[in-house]
Ligand binder design. Structure first.
Ligand code: PLP
Length: 413
């Protein structure tokens, strides 16, 4: 009887362990979005319940709701070391970018071709010129200087951290050049806020877009920072009631904004620690992946201006799309920006970022973006993910070789 019970328990344990292993899923796609932080979730829930009034209402309950919005704005302003009135809430970075790029419509845009599609597709009919890049896809500072000397009335559009490669522009120097040439610096800092200290005032950034969901906040809420000196020139984005100085009308989402503020507060306290942990995770992942697949190329390997949160690797002789599908039940990653995915569902479209970095289409086909988050991942998770990816690459290549062999034999006979 005892032996039978032990046997049953052992079998059940093996089954549970197997099931746990099978169910193990590692998310390495945090550049697309991050899980909402528990404290943020609680804040959103409590705020929605405690402050249901319209924050623009003049009665007591409306004023209390508006206080929550002001509190959140102060936390975001603290993170950015700017004034609260320089922050305008939007539905996310995409909206903030679209809005920011309507300002100063007669200025010429000097933009980096590695910008996110939210920038490239919202430039519209504006007069524009593409900036020169160096081999890492960064805006080339020397040629930017030449361009700025030749042009007046210019907006320089350069992102902080690239969402595909994690490579960062030299924000300090771009800001300085804009300041001395009286140009406006528009920065998409969506992949940087909450991960790096970005101080638009100190860095001479005139406008800056970002989203809460990229650093533990809720989805559907973001902001456009606009330096006070441009406030007289803001064109309204949405007309309606007088909310947000009548510039972006519509009832404010008190709960989401409170969550945004909470995420900013958390980020402010933990940026350095999370950076170090995330860096460790990315290094552990790459070390293991390269142990298995030594021919893999890391974009921007050992380059200092590179985010630990995002890396793109080029795996040889593999199509990243096939690899993603193969490991999909165990590891999530992406082959570029998640926002590009629905732009062309049937035809493969090479990443414009990697193309601008002069990579060949063949190299781009094997491009895989892995992105990390220290709040949910452990070193064991990333090592396991590297093992799964490498094993899948071996299996795909072996199957491919077999198909080619059969085709060769059929051809001969
Ligand atoms: N800019 C960058 C660099 C991004 O990575 C993203 C999203 O991936 C966006 C803009 C758009 O952000 P959202 O979808 O939150 O509007």
């Amino acid at each position: 009887m005892l032996i039978a019970t032990l046997f049953t328990i052992t079998l059940a344990t093996i089954f549970i362990i197997k099931k746990m292993n099978n169910d193990r899923h590692i998310n390495l796609d945090h550049a697309a979005t991050t899980p909402i932080l528990t404290d943020v979730n609680t804040t959103v829930y409590l705020t929605a319940n405690k402050y249901p009034a319209n924050p623009s209402a003049e009665h007591l309950k409306g004023i209390e709701a508006m206080d929550q919005i002001d509190l959140a704005k102060d936390k975001i302003a603290d993170l950015l070391k700017c004034d609260a009135e320089e922050i305008f809430f939007t539905s996310g970075a995409t909206e903030a970018i679209n809005w920011g790029l309507t300002l100063y419509p007669y200025y010429e845009l000097l933009y980096s071709p590695t910008e996110h599609k939210a920038v490239l597709n919202s430039i519209g009919e504006r007069s524009r010129k593409s900036l020169h890049l160096n081999e890492f896809g960064q805006v080339d500072i020397a040629s930017l200087y030449t361009d700025l000397q030749k042009n007046t009335n210019t907006i320089v559009v350069a992102m902080h951290t690239n969402n595909e490669t994690g490579i960062q522009n030299d924000i300090e120097r771009i800001g300085e050049l804009c300041s001395v040439t009286d140009s406006i610096f528009f920065c998409d800092a969506t992949q940087a806020i909450g991960k790096y200290f970005v101080y638009p005032k100190q860095q001479h950034i005139g406008m800056m877009a970002f989203s809460a969901h990229k650093f533990g906040g809720p989805k559907g809420i973001g902001a456009l920072y606009i330096d006070k000196k441009h406030h007289d020139y803001i064109l309204p984005l949405i007309k309606g009631g007088g909310q947000q100085e009548g510039l972006r009308a519509g009832t404010l989402n008190t709960a989401a904004i409170a969550g945004f503020g909470k995420a900013a507060e958390f980020a402010n306290k933990t940026i350095a620690d999370r950076w170090a942990l995330t860096n460790y995770l990315q290094e552990a992942f790459l070390e293991r992946l390269l142990e298995h697949l030594p021919d893999t190329k890391i974009i921007g390997a050992s380059f200092e201006a590179k985010s630990p949160y995002i890396v793109t690797v080029l795996i040889q002789n593999i199509e990243s799309e096939a690899l993603m599908a193969y490991v999909g039940d165990k590891v999530s990653f992406s082959r570029g920006s998640a926002c590009n995915t629905h732009s062309n569902t049937h035809n493969w479209e090479p990443s414009h970022v990697l193309r601008a970095m002069r990579l060949t289409d063949d190299q781009i086909k094997g491009a895989c973006r892995f992105s990390f988050d220290s709040g949910t991942l452990t070193p064991a998770d990333v090592v396991y993910a590297a093992d799964v990816v490498a094993e899948a690459v071996r299996e795909i290549l072996a199957a491919d070789a077999e198909v080619k062999e059969v085709a060769k034999m059929n051809h001969k006979s």
